[in-house]
Design a protein around this ligand. Structure first.
Ligand SMILES: Nc1ncnc2c1ncn2[C@@H]1O[C@H](COP(=O)(O)OP(=O)(O)OP(=O)(O)O)[C@@H](O)[C@H]1O
Length: 250
């Protein structure tokens, strides 16, 4: 099943600025863990963010969960975004809040105004948060402040928070680039395993080709706003990588 279908996607950050995405087509299927690789400045992060219009496309069509994203009004877009869990490079946690509250904040888009004002969450949300915190290995840290955790632990909070949305798609923007290689592997493995368990597809911008090859079933290679490769991971050849990274000054 196709969860996301993107056609002819173009992005410019300003009317007179350069075109950053120059007509990108791709699809995400329900069992994909899809990596977007490419040199710095290729437009990987812009692509991830354009999917749910954190960055406004200038042309093209995005069909996400059967909705035409570019046609949605603000309210419809908010509703659609609830279905998309985002995990960021810099974790985006609230440092002074506890691990538990950071995870519960993933439900804020669903909780009524008064409830969210007083941070009152239904018992089922609390139970779910405890379940995901256990799943990501943080049961012993639920009452700590977020800023007391290591980078890897902080990203695990980010994962649990994204899962609280009961997402139908995960968008991961460089989820491991703030982490050392060993922790990066653990975090990628955890995301892959959970995505499989929950049957949630994931689209992941990642600059580390080795990690992409190790954990993702499909790879899109980008260069200078164009898609240069799109295929199963095992079909990515060294010559494809040379083409994708051709402009990189090493
Ligand atoms: N908010 C913005 N306003 C203007 N230009 C931007 C903005 N964000 C990104 N860009 C430009 O768009 C281009 C692509 O950036 P993007 O972050 O999408 O690339 P990337 O492939 O993710 O790179 P990296 O691996 O270095 O993060 C770059 O030239 C960047 O300077």
């Amino acid at each position: 099943m196709t969860v996301l279908s993107v056609t002819g996607l173009k992005v410019r950050y300003s009317a007179k600025g350069p075109e950053i995405l120059k007509g990108i087509d791709f699809e995400v299927k329900s069992d994909d863990f899809l990596a977007i690789i490419g040199p710095s400045g290729a437009g990987k992060s812009t692509l991830i963010r354009a999917v749910n219009r954190l960055v406004e496309p200038t042309a093209g069509e995005i069909i996400l969960l059967d909705h035409n994203v570019c046609d949605l009004n603000a309210k419809q877009l908010r509703e659609l975004r609830r279905n998309v869990g985002m995990i960021f490079q810099e974790f985006n946690l609230i440092n002074r809040m506890s691990v538990m509250d950071n995870v519960l904040s993933g439900r804020l888009g669903y909780t009524g105004n008064m409830r969210s004002l007083f941070r009152m969450f239904p018992k089922e949300d609390v139970d779910q948060a405890l379940y995901y915190l256990d799943r990501v290995g943080l049961s012993d840290h639920i009452n700590k402040r977020a800023d007391e955790l290591s980078g890897g632990q902080r990203q695990r909070v980010g994962i649990a928070r994204a899962l609280m949305q009961r997402p139908k798609l995960l968008l991961l923007d460089e989820p491991t680039s703030a982490l050392d290689p060993k922790i990066s592997r653990e975090v990628m493995g955890l995301i892959r395993d959970i995505a499989r368990e929950l049957k949630v597809p994931a689209l992941c911008n990642i600059h580390d080709v080795q990690l992409a090859k190790e954990f993702c079933n499909r790879i899109i290679g980008m260069q200078d706003g164009y898609k240069k490769f799109d295929g199963a991971t095992e079909t990515l050849k060294d010559s494809d990588l040379e083409e994708i990274y051709a402009m990189e000054v090493l």
